[in-house]
Design a protein around this ligand. Sequence first.
Ligand code: ADP
Ligand code: GLC
Length: 471
Amino acid sequence: MVSSEAAPLAKTGGLADVVGALPAALRELGDDVAVVIPRYGSIDLKKARRVYDSPGIHLGLVRHSVSIYLAELGDPPQPPIYLVDCPPLYARKGFYGEAGVDYPDNHVRFAVLARAAVAVARYVFQTEVFHCHDWQAGLVAPYLRTTYANDPTFLGAKTLFTIHNLGYQGLFPKTALAEADLDPALFVPEGMEFFGQVSYIKGGIAYADALSTVSPTYAREIQTPEFGFGLDGALRARTGVLTGILNGVDYSQWNPETDPHLPARYSAADLSGKAVCKEQLLREFGLPAEAMNRPLIGMVSRFTRQKGADILVEAAADIFAQDVYLVALGTGDPEYEEFFRSLASDFPGRVAVRIGFDEPLAHRIEAGADMFLMPSHYEPCGLNQIYSLKYGTVPVVRATGGLDDTIEDGTGFKFREYSAAALSGAVRAAVAAYGGDSWRETMRRAMSRDFSWTVSARAYSALYAKLLGRV
Ligand code: ADP
Ligand code: GLC
């Protein structure tokens, strides 16, 4: 697998959770998997072993000096994660940029990642299927189709490109093509050209042998103009090889019965620990003890338009006119960070917000809240609502993408129309149900749902086998 993130080493969102968990689930099924990610500045090489020194990765006349490290993780040992070490490119403060501005050489950084992954496949880990995630791994398939087309090492190798989010495309000026040392013949609308720019995500879409995305509903949605971000045509052209495979959950990390980040643990049979989690969460966020008997809504999110911040802005007055409380954790667009800050000052003692990325706190919110809100504009899969089910924290979600596929009427509250009115209607319905018998039933039903990786890993494994002509 080629990716820009893998938990626990490098995470900004759900992609990391997926790439951090799927390989082990595949290994259980007998597949031999390794992961390749960049060695960012935050990844400590002391816990890694150097396994390969490349004579240099050449993009045209520019040589990048790269070493490959093997991260030693886990007990029992996890499938190998190979780190591409190239400090001038990756040892920076951010993964993709700083202070909301993308690094100007991202086209080079992720071209080198693709070339390094090919080097890993040649020298370190014999590879039959390159499973590439999102635009950052979008160049693997184009390189294999052109630069390495006649290379005997990769004869018969297949590529699968998984789209986790069509909203991030890796768009660069036309000059990026030469800087990435890509064949100019790829710069056509059926290839990597996108309205005069070079699109790395189109590299994956156009040239991978198979495509997938992270829920069946999102697989359909991205083939429509409304959700296609201008790529619905390119995706429809490949509809025959595009499937939706729902993400799973790593219950070794997300389970209220064992979660080490919680002040108390609990299960469907004994929910008393959940009350302790709520009490402490309220205290941690400085919310009043009266909130113990009222609904506490939790949010953990990248603060972007994708996540529905704009309708929440509009619905806020109506929602907080009711006797409900909110704790939110997130980072992202400065305008939405500002919105959450002002929400907290407009509704003191009712809304509390932390701006930042804090994994243990994300777990404490999952456990301590009564409801979990995800009013996403679009959502390829979404993981937090699935974690919420397990934590008995009833999801209130917009019926889109994976949210629609994972939440049912008996396990959560859904609204369909993307509007402030529909959002506050769903919150009202949840608030009205809160505390009664039906609420406790909803919690128990939610907690009994099983989204473990095994089912999804089987689907990926079958897809690899099909690509290799083994079924
Ligand atoms: P996306 O990948 O679009 O951000 P997902 O729901 O698939 O959305 O996954 C988000 C993951 O990132 C979850 O594991 C969530 O807990 C985590 N996460 C998001 N924002 C934060 C944050 N500010 N602090 C800690 N964890 C976060
Ligand atoms: C993306 C999507 C999210 C999905 C995650 C993992 O970041 O926004 O919906 O769950 O990838 O596939």
